[in-house]
Design a binder for this molecule. Structure first.
Ligand SMILES: CC(=O)N[C@H]1[C@@H](OP(=O)(O)OP(=O)(O)OC[C@H]2O[C@@H](n3ccc(=O)[nH]c3=O)[C@H](O)[C@@H]2O)O[C@H](CO)[C@@H](O)[C@@H]1O
Ligand SMILES: C=C(OP(=O)(O)O)C(=O)O
Length: 443
């Protein structure tokens, strides 16, 4: 099993480039199977374990998928199967995003229930309620959810009880091929929703309002393949912003979109960090002394839950008491125990964590409990005394391309090694390194 070894103390300086967004590319790939004719070309695709997984899901459904040079081509004009087995959904919850496209195109989908994960229970009831409102019947049993429509889905007025990202995406995709108009209210406003709507519109869909509370979708008879470049990953950008800040460094983060990062920038500035728009990115300069602050995670444009653990790393280094309140997922504090192994002083009270900083952080052997926790532990390692060894990198590889290599290029003392202690190539996720597609990509 591989691990990342970090020795804290180095200041980060230089330029780093952000990849395409994981949370945008996954729904865009699933949307491509709505096209009954033509091929889709998706560019700026990050080389992540989750991307390989979703590609496998599509191939298993009988779509033709190739992945080379950060570009995915999908041809879904074959007749597709309508079942996605547990082995994929278990690896990655976003596999449930094939439900909407398959239901819309074939009137049927049968997908393994995703179940919970390390950050919470994560039900899909809102996705299913939306499909039901469009005339589908839903059957849950034997670990699968089966949705079926008698003929075409019908446009409907749907109010989401909470602005779920996945439910907004699944229902929006289903509505593109429904008969009539769908009005989706209280929907998620994340930049990734806008990216998906832009791709769907290029495929021939008629969607307006993505990025606002109400999305209107006029159903069309069919969709075709389209070309689309994925937006930059705001969470990867935010992670590098914290890396610069935590080391008192000066880093230009290319492709970071300030509009997508308002809440993160605002909190960093409160902590004394300087953030400057420069060219097509953001320059982040860490202060001599970080100040404490409070954060509450919320749906976009509120503070993103996917940046919560990384900000916690920064707060451990800040002077004063900081409070983080997690309102999106009920159990996203698994990393706290690992931070404590590094001498972090913090306590959990209900849905909040109280941090007394600055802590005298010390390197230790720690395990990533989810993907952002993996990044956060590396960030703490950058500011701790001595060596930190981070294991369970399968989580990290779901969402970060070569994080250790990129940090090393900025001056961090960090390397990724195999079980013998030999350095490994971190450009490709560990679980995908021996795949034929990867070998082709490297040759
Ligand atoms: C692949 C992807 O894009 N993942 C992101 C997506 O996950 P995901 O789409 O799963 O997140 P949601 O926005 O759906 O979940 C937010 C909250 O709503 C609840 N909920 C959701 C659906 C539902 O039917 N019923 C229900 O109760 C969830 O349990 C959670 O408490 O948005 C999350 C919130 O920004 C991010 O952390 C994830 O990185
Ligand atoms: C929670 C995350 O992703 P997912 O929804 O794919 O588990 C994340 O990206 O931090």
């Amino acid at each position: 099993m591989e691990k990342i070894i970090v020795r804290g103390g180095n200041q980060l300086n230089g330029t780093v480039s952000v990849e395409g967004a994981k949370n945008a590319v996954l729904p865009v790939i699933t949307a491509s199977i709505l096209a009954s004719e033509g091929e889709s070309k998706i560019t700026d695709v990050p080389v992540l374990a989750d991307v390989y997984t979703i590609n496998e899901v599509l191939r298993n459904l009988n779509a033709d998928v190739s992945f080379e040079n950060n570009t995915i081509n999908v041809n879904a004009s074959n007749t597709l199967k309508t079942e996605a087995p547990f082995e994929y959904v278990r690896k990655m919850r976003a596999s449930v995003l094939v439900l909407g496209p398959l239901l819309a195109r074939y009137g049927h989908a049968n997908v393994a229930m995703p179940g919970g994960c390390a950050i919470g229970s994560r039900p899909i009831d809102l996705h299913l309620k939306g499909f039901e409102a469009m005339g589908a019947s839903v059957h849950v049993g034997n670990g699968f959810v089966e949705v079926e429509a008698d003929g075409r889905l019908q446009g409907a007025k749907i109010y989401l009880d909470m602005p779920s990202v996945g439910a907004t995406e699944n229902i929006m995709m289903a509505a593109t091929l429904a008969e009539g108009k769908t009005i989706l209210e209280n929907c998620a406003k994340e930049p990734e929703i806008v990216d998906l709507a832009n791709f769907l519109n290029k495929m021939g869909a008629k969607i307006v309002g993505a990025g606002t509370e109400t999305i209107k979708i006029e159903g069309v008879d069919k969709l075709h393949g389209a070309e689309h470049a994925i937006i930059p990953d705001r969470i990867e950008a935010g992670t590098f912003m914290v890396a610069a800040a935590i080391t008192g460094g000066n880093v230009l983060i290319e492709n970071a979109v300030s509009e997508h990062l308002r809440s993160v920038i605002s909190k960093l500035e409160e902590m004394g960090v300087t953030v400057i728009e420069e060219g097509s990115g953001l320059r982040v300069i860490g202060p001599d002394r970080l100040m404490s602050t409070d954060i509450k995670t919320l749906p976009h444009p509120g503070f993103p839950t996917d940046m919560q653990s990384q900000m916690m790393s920064l707060m451990l280094n800040a002077y004063g008491t900081s409070v983080i309140t997690e309102t999106v997922f009920e159990n996203r504090f698994m990393h706290v125990e690992e931070f404590r192994r590094m001498n972090a002083k913090m306590k959990i009270e209900g849905r909040s964590v109280i941090i007394e900083g600055p802590c005298d952080l010390q390197g230790a052997e720690v395990a990533a409990t989810d993907l952002r926790a993996g990044a956060a532990l590396i960030l703490v390692g950058l500011s701790a005394e001595g060596f930190t060894r981070v294991t369970e990198l399968k989580h990290l590889d779901r969402g970060y391309v070569n994080l250790s290599g990129k940090l090393a290029a900025l001056g961090a003392d960090i390397e990724r090694v195999d079980e013998n202690g030999d350095p490994v190539n971190p450009h490709i996720p560990e679980t995908n390194r021996d795949r034929e597609s990867v070998i082709a990509e490297l040759s």
